[in-house]
Design a protein around this ligand. Structure first.
Ligand code: AMP
Length: 308
């Protein structure tokens, strides 16, 4: 496994792999790796010839200086997780390597209008511009590839898909299922900051999604009513401060009014639990949960490579 710190070295390794006809899989992360990240790597390993993982705590996507300072950093352990999951390349750039002008923000940034505005975008102004900018840069460094993202960050996945589509980047974005604890809590690097009581209370996010799904399964077709069912579930837990719990159109992320096609609806929830902001989401129907249809990896990417 090659651990590389520079853009030039990362690009050279992946260019060389592609020149040898190998398909590159990219897994962007901010480190503090857990089984959710590992599941993306395992998927990339199964579908690609070369797996590159990036570990970079991107300052552009944090609004709150305290949040970035407290973001867990466990590089040594992360490298073991990458090696065990079969990564070939781990890209660990410094902030100055990614943003040479730092601490001045880069003058070129990327913004995906519309999809970035609501929900996480409204609660964390500038967050998705930071995400889109770093992901665009990682895509340009990695070159034509398949890139693996978790459905855990559903809006982020939509923003990244929009970015790749709008800029015609030669990257096939693959959404991967949400890895959860046995009690339903979605894995997150931030979960380690929860106290015992907060950790127990945090399960109310996945319970709220279950309540939303139960309402839909019971025939509820008002998006507002499904949202109310989710919010009522969150309200049972005093340690959890709700931000939003809504039923949205899975493609546009606009709040659903009448739910004509439950398969096209996604349930989103976000809340503050102690010092940590948690998000979760789910399909509106259990039957069509997280697993997306994956087109043939190799052919698709080889075609992209010929174009790229
Ligand atoms: P992060 O390190 O939080 O930026 O996450 C890196 C990638 O891992 C993103 O594509 C996330 O959506 C994904 N991810 C984070 N948590 C999970 C999870 N519980 N299940 C699946 N993917 C996840």
């Amino acid at each position: 496994m090659d651990v590389v710190e520079t853009v030039a070295r990362c690009r050279a390794l992946l260019d060389r792999a592609r020149a040898a006809g190998r398909v590159v899989g990219l897994v962007p992360t901010m480190g503090a790796l857990h089984d959710g990240h590992r599941s993306l790597m395992v998927r990339a390993r199964a579908e690609c010839d070369v797996v590159a993982v990036s570990i970079f705590v991107n300052p552009l996507q944090f609004g709150d200086a305290e949040d970035i300072e407290r973001y867990p950093r466990t590089l040594e352990r992360d490298l073991l997780v990458c090696a065990e999951a079969g990564a070939d390349v781990v890209f660990v750039p410094t902030v100055r390597e990614m943003y040479p002008s730092w601490p001045a923000a880069p003058s070129t940034t990327v913004s995906v209008g519309g999809l970035s505005d609501a929900w996480e975008g409204a609660s964390r102004p500038g967050h998705f511009d930071g995400v889109a900018t770093v992901v665009a840069k990682l895509f340009v460094i990695a070159g034509p590839c398949r890139a693996y993202f978790g459905l855990k960050d559903f809006q982020q996945l939509a923003v990244v898909r929009g970015l790749a589509r709008d800029l015609a980047l030669p990257v096939e974005v693959v959404g991967c299922p949400i890895a959860r604890e046995a009690d339903g809590l979605a894995l997150s690097s931030r979960n380690v900051r929860l106290s015992g009581d907060e950790r127990a209370a945090a399960t109310v996010l996945s319970s709220a999604l279950a309540a939303g799904r139960a309402a839909v399964a019971g025939g509820e077709r008002s998006g507002a009513a499904v949202g109310r069912a989710m919010r009522a579930a969150v309200a049972t837990e005093p340690l959890v401060r709700l931000d939003y719990a809504v039923a949205v159109d899975a493609a546009t992320l606009q709040e659903s009014d009448a739910i004509d096609d439950p398969q096209a609806v996604r349930l989103l929830v976000a809340a503050q639990v102690g010092p940590v902001r948690l998000i979760d989401n789910s399909a509106a129907l259990e039957a069509v949960d997280d697993v997306p249809a994956v087109p043939d990896a190799t052919d698709q990417v080889r075609r992209l490579e010929r174009i790229g």
